[in-house]
Design a protein around this ligand. Structure first.
Ligand code: ZN
Length: 496
């Protein structure tokens, strides 16, 4: 294991540099430095790749007798095989490089296509991306249908069997419920929205959000909060976790909920045990879905609960001398809207936005041969929005052009968002078996909630797979029933 540990140490150092560069680019670096940064990133990425993916390390990893290893070392070997040798190493280096170049070009074309609402210019790139990803699946192999290989990249163990049964419930139980709610009008919400329609000084918003992050348990001695266009969280170790939020003068709630979401991700990273963090490869959160479960647990399940409203009300009073009732806040924060854009969707309609992308991707990657029509994809997108949310995008910008994931080559990513929300509801149910969550929230005892998350999920870093983490947290397997019930109970009360 000695050589492997040394390679992992170098890997950790490369990752540190690369993460820091990308953090810098998103937050502080001047615009004109982009090409310089890209060059440095390319240089270190290559070194990082070759440090692990080389014949010497490969030989060590595959010749080791796993039965003689400690539990920790066995997990490291398993992860190395999965992340490096079974994924990347199966794709010829020249093809991978070509693909990265295609992604980079597609991203800039996508930006232009989105701004000018011109899908035509993106079409050939999107088609090439799909063809390349199919080719890669062919190299890597698959079980069931090809799409499963992609799903497993973002959420280990996830496949179309699990997702079909999850989305069947969303389609059968939530869609009719949502379509009914969208027809009802709630005058109270309109009135409350008018009240919030004013300016909130951005400097004061910053102070307020820092107080809120600290209240939830974000550790400022091991973390930093800055600003960026699109909020995100990144980490160099469990002692250096950085997040951003974005302030709008006219929308005080936007930054509050971005901060809470990112703090959910950040607390997860800060609570990973040193034992795993030190290895690099087992540090950090487990998977996309598990990570989103932590952020959505805080953002939706905790902070959109009625018991959280006195906290926001108190903060708005303290920083802006602004008065609003808890009920008014609750109604505005939980408003269900007809919305074309996924990232702006409310808690109830969110899984439907993801289901639409799932249906498209599943069909697209159900087989590796056959012709791909990107025009059909765009039309199918619009048809499904009409079918499930009763709205038809008026432009491609409101439709297929909205998300960057596909131009990054990230097919199979979206379902992890919805699964994350579903995990969060199940986690909340488990928490409530041990303590009364709403009382803890009302008393601002977030340390107790964090301790629960630490014991059952956070401390393990990525040493456990999603199914084991959920079992550990909830004493049962993933069960989407909690999510459907949670949403129906909550929103039928608001829109009764
Ligand atoms: Zn997130």
């Amino acid at each position: 294991m000695k050589e492997i540990y040394e390679a992992l140490k170098r890997d950790k150092a490369y990752t540190h540099v690369l993460t820091l560069l990308s953090w810098d680019q998103e937050t502080e670096a001047p615009k004109k430095s982009i090409d310089n940064i890209a060059e440095t990133v390319e240089y270190f990425s290559k070194m990082k790749y070759e440090n692990i993916i080389n014949p010497v390390i490969k030989e060590k990893v595959y010749s080791i007798n796993e039965e003689e290893l400690s539990d920790l070392d066995r997990k490291i070997i398993k992860k190395l095989k999965k992340e490096y040798f079974e994924k990347l190493a199966k794709i010829p280096v020249e093809e991978e490089a070509k693909f990265l170049a295609l992604v980079s070009k597609s991203c800039s074309v996508w930006e232009e296509a989105k701004v000018t609402d011109n899908f035509e210019i993106l079409k050939p790139y999107l088609k090439d991306l799909i063809v390349s990803v199919k080719k890669f699946i062919n190299y890597r192999g698959y079980e069931g249908i090809p799409y499963n290989t992609l799903l497993d990249d973002y959420e280990t163990g996830l496949n179309t069997d699990i997702l079909d049964s999850f989305f069947d419930k969303v389609r059968e139980e939530l869609v009719p419920f949502i379509l009914k709610i969208l027809k009802t009008k709630n005058d109270k919400i309109e009135k409350a929205k008018l009240k919030l329609n004013r300016k909130f000084d951005v400097h004061k918003q910053k102070e307020m959000n820092l107080e809120l992050a600290g209240m939830l348990g974000f550790d400022f001695s091991r973390g930093v909060i800055k600003e960026s266009e699109h909020p995100f969280t990144t980490n160099m170790s469990n002692k250096d976790v950085r997040l951003t939020t974005h302030y709008y003068e006219n929308d005080v709630l936007s930054a509050i909920y971005s901060t809470i979401h990112e703090v959910g991700h950040a607390i997860y990273e800060q609570q990973v045990l040193d034992e795993y963090d030190n290895t690099g490869i087992l540090g950090s959160g487990s998977t996309m879905g598990i990570h989103e479960a932590q952020s959505r647990f805080y953002e939706n399940v905790i902070a959109k609960n009625m018991s959280f409203m006195p906290i926001i009300k108190g903060l708005l009073k303290k920083y802006f001398d602004f008065d609003i009732t808890e009920e008014e806040l609750y109604l505005v924060i939980n408003e269900v809207k007809r919305q074309y854009i996924r990232t702006e969707a409310d808690e109830l309609t969110y899984p439907v936005h993801v289901m639409i992308r799932y249906e498209i991707e599943k069909e697209l990657f159900s087989k590796l041969d056959g012709d791909v029509s990107v025009e059909d994809i765009a039309n199918k997108w619009d048809d499904l929005y009409e079918k499930y949310l009763g709205i038809r995008p008026r432009t491609r910008k409101e439709g297929v052009l909205q998300d960057p994931h596909w131009v990054y080559g990230e097919f199979g990513y979206f379902p992890a968002y919805a699964i994350g929300s579903a995990y969060a509801s199940q986690m909340f149910n488990a928490l409530n078996k041990e303590m009364i969550a709403e009382e803890l929230i009302a008393n601002k005892e977030f340390n107790k909630i964090n301790k629960f998350l630490y014991e059952r999920i956070h401390k393990y870093g990525s040493s456990l797979e999603p199914k084991d983490l959920i079992k550990n947290c909830c004493d049962e397997e993933f069960n989407p029933t909690y999510y459907i019930k949670y949403l129906k109970d909550k929103f039928s009360k608001i829109y009764e």
